[in-house]
Write a protein that binds this ligand. Structure first.
Ligand code: NAG
Ligand code: NAG
Ligand code: NAG
Ligand code: NAG
Ligand code: NAG
Length: 573
């Protein structure tokens, strides 16, 4: 007896004397930095880190249940979106969780501030030395070889065992920023086959580039449509110092939508975001996103939401901040379009899940969230070599709508040029490795997989959430940047086009006294007949041809491109 007791008390004494031996649980880890990053040096001990702590939410499962109920046509609660307070009540952490985490921080002399209205995120500022100690981490400087961008990250971190069920994740830690963040690129110069100001564009759609009038033609949008409901609005995300210019917008409208000339976009900023109006500061992505929302969603109030760099972390921190910013608004926009994304492997699964749940919160309140699917085909980010396909984020999240791209395939018949839509070869699509397939797409995806047979076997997770959901034209759209007309390519074009059509539908719904469409996917998959099925083309990458487009849903063009008339009918209008 005696020796046993002796050993026990020695262990206890040791534990009390050496706090480093406290019970810690590895929360997140990765084997190596994200592709393209190399370890450079330990992070200076006195550098201040602004960290964010995600507390366990109280009722995520109920939130998701409520989201599906209000978003599924035919459900008795369809369209009965939740209020800000109802959503906050579902996600607010329990008092036990808040107390446990804040007591632990207080003991370490760290003050936390609330970062969200629901209280599910806390912010702390601590020197690297203390962060390493608190989280058993090894924060170091990593350099992105290609761009030279430096970032402080750790390959793993832990939380006290006693906080296992209270503290979900710490950010930024193991998720890497994406210096090659996908956004629209200039392509061949836009071939304008008509006089600016002359409104007969149809021939131009085939021979030259794409204009708003072409898009109206392609997708059956009535030429004279005008939104009238001022309560209905469309938000456009702006990141990484991309600015939109009112003067360029007017030049664009003068050339392609003279009937809308004078329409402007409103501005919101966060994280020190700006929107300087010198012509030379106009960005390709921001110009595209603004011109193809104001120019397509005729009459819908459009807001450019410029997210600054104060989150220190490019898009991922920005994704978190813009969603929490909108969640804190009493009346967030009914549609949010974002043409930025990252490769899914660069983001920790815990962070991916947290962001995805934030989309669910906004969706439950009635906002449609759309992102471009990415421009690297099945390789996700076009610059990397790969053997397994690389899904993009957030397209793998089931609570948003992922938009792929098409291009006009021009063929000559007699002396006539005919343009038909086929998949754009850069259109990212595939299957998430983090999120499971949601039921709304199960049968559409199963049909595709059966047809695919064994092709690409082992390169993708057939049980994952499949994307994109839909697509829209994404090749050679004419935009004006710094006064110059240019053509752009990318799924970056497709998301604002599709989002604008949703905003026009919401206007009609509001006019009829009905709720906005909100989270779109259950509605979209229930109405495959409201799309032009794209059946040709594929999305090569990783040394393969990628996935082929085919009849029905496919992981290049989703359900297809929108037939506005049919979508309107499907929405009960
Ligand atoms: C951090 O520590 C280094 C080395 O001790 C010192 O030179 C530097 O001034 C310190 N920086 C700050 C911001 O305190
Ligand atoms: C969702 O709807 C089902 C009925 O179909 C109901 O039993 C359930 O309570 C609802 N969930 C929420 C969170 O409203
Ligand atoms: C518009 O341009 C087309 C193509 O150049 C031309 O055929 C047509 O006559 C023009 N229409 C007007 C009203 O100027
Ligand atoms: C373009 O159309 C032609 C003729 O219909 C077809 O053979 C070809 O496969 C199409 N190309 C793409 C990329 O879809
Ligand atoms: C678009 O949808 C409408 C309404 O369902 C339908 O009448 C029309 O034929 C469709 N357009 C095309 C080109 O299929």
């Amino acid at each position: 007896m005696v020796p046993t007791l002796f050993v026990l008390s020695t262990l206890l004494a040791l534990a009390a004397a050496t706090p480093v031996a406290r019970d810690m649980l590895v929360r997140e880890s990765r084997l190596r930095p994200a592709t393209g990053f190399v370890w450079t040096a330990s992070a200076p001990a006195n550098t201040t880190l602004n960290l964010r702590l995600a507390l366990a939410q109280s009722n995520t499962a109920t939130l998701v249940d409520a989201l599906y109920n209000v978003s599924t046509p035919g459900h008795p609660s369809y369209g009965q979106h939740l209020s800000k307070e109802e959503v906050e009540q579902l996600v607010a952490p329990s008092p036990q969780t808040v107390n446990a985490v804040t007591a632990w921080l207080q003991q370490a002399g760290v003050t936390a501030t609330n970062a969200t209205p629901a209280g599910d995120w806390l912010s702390i500022s601590v020197p690297v030395s203390q962060a390493n100690d608190l989280f058993d981490a090894d924060f170091a400087v990593y350099t992105h070889a290609e761009s030279g961008q430096q970032t402080i990250r750790t390959m793993r971190y832990s939380v006290p065992l006693s906080l296992e069920s209270h503290l979900d994740l710490v950010y930024p830690t193991t998720s890497f920023p994406s210096p090659t963040l996908k956004k629209a690129q200039f392509t061949s110069p836009f071939a304008l086959k008509h006089d600016a100001g002359n409104n007969s564009f149809t021939a131009g759609c085939v021979q030259g580039g794409i204009t708003p009038a072409c898009i109206y033609d392609l997708y059956n949008i009535p030429a004279n449509i005008r939104a009238t409901q001022k309560s209905n609005s469309l938000g456009v995300s702006g990141f990484i110092e991309q600015f939109a210019n009112q003067g360029d917008l007017q030049t664009f409208l003068g050339a392609f939508r003279p009937d809308l000339q004078g329409d402007q976009f409103a501005l919101q900023t966060l994280d020190g975001g700006q929107n300087p109006q010198q012509a030379s500061k106009a960005g390709i992505e921001a110009s595209l996103d603004i011109q193809y929302t104001v120019g397509i969603a005729a009459g819908v109030p459009v807001t450019f939401i410029s997210v600054g760099e104060q989150n220190q972390d490019g898009a991922l921190g920005g994704f978190l901040d813009i969603i929490n910013f909108l969640l804190s608004e009493q009346n967030p926009p009914q549609v949010l379009t974002t043409s930025y994304g990252e490769d899914e492997p660069d983001i920790s699964p815990a962070l991916a899940n947290n962001l995805c749940n934030a989309f669910a919160q906004l969706g439950a309140r009635g906002t449609s969230i759309l992102f471009s699917s990415g421009d690297g085909g099945v390789a996700g980010s076009s610059s990397q070599s790969c053997s397994k396909f690389v899904p993009t984020f957030p397209s793998g999240c089931p609570f948003m709508t992922s938009v792929g791209a098409t291009a006009l395939n021009v063929t000559q018949q007699g002396n006539q040029l005919i343009g038909t839509e086929s998949a754009a070869d850069f259109s990212s699509g595939g299957f998430s490795n983090v999120f499971a397939a949601p039921s709304y797409q199960a049968s559409a995806v199963q049909t595709y997989l059966s047809g695919l047979g064994g092709a690409n076997k082992g390169r993708f997770n057939a049980a994952g959430r499949a994307f994109p959901d839909v697509s829209a034209i994404g090749h050679d759209l004419g935009i004006v940047v710094d006064g110059q007309l240019q053509g752009v390519d990318g799924t970056s074009c497709s998301a604002p086009v599709f989002a604008s059509m949703v905003a026009l539908l919401n206007d009609a719904l509001a006019g009829a006294g009905k709720a906005p469409l909100g989270f779109l996917n259950p509605f979209l998959y229930a109405n495959p007949g409201a799309f032009f099925d794209i059946t040709t083309g594929d999305n090569p990458g990783c040394g393969t041809k990628g996935f082929p487009a085919s009849e029905g849903w496919d992981p290049v063009t989703g359900l297809g491109t929108p037939n506005f008339t049919a979508l309107k009918a499907a929405a009960g209008l």
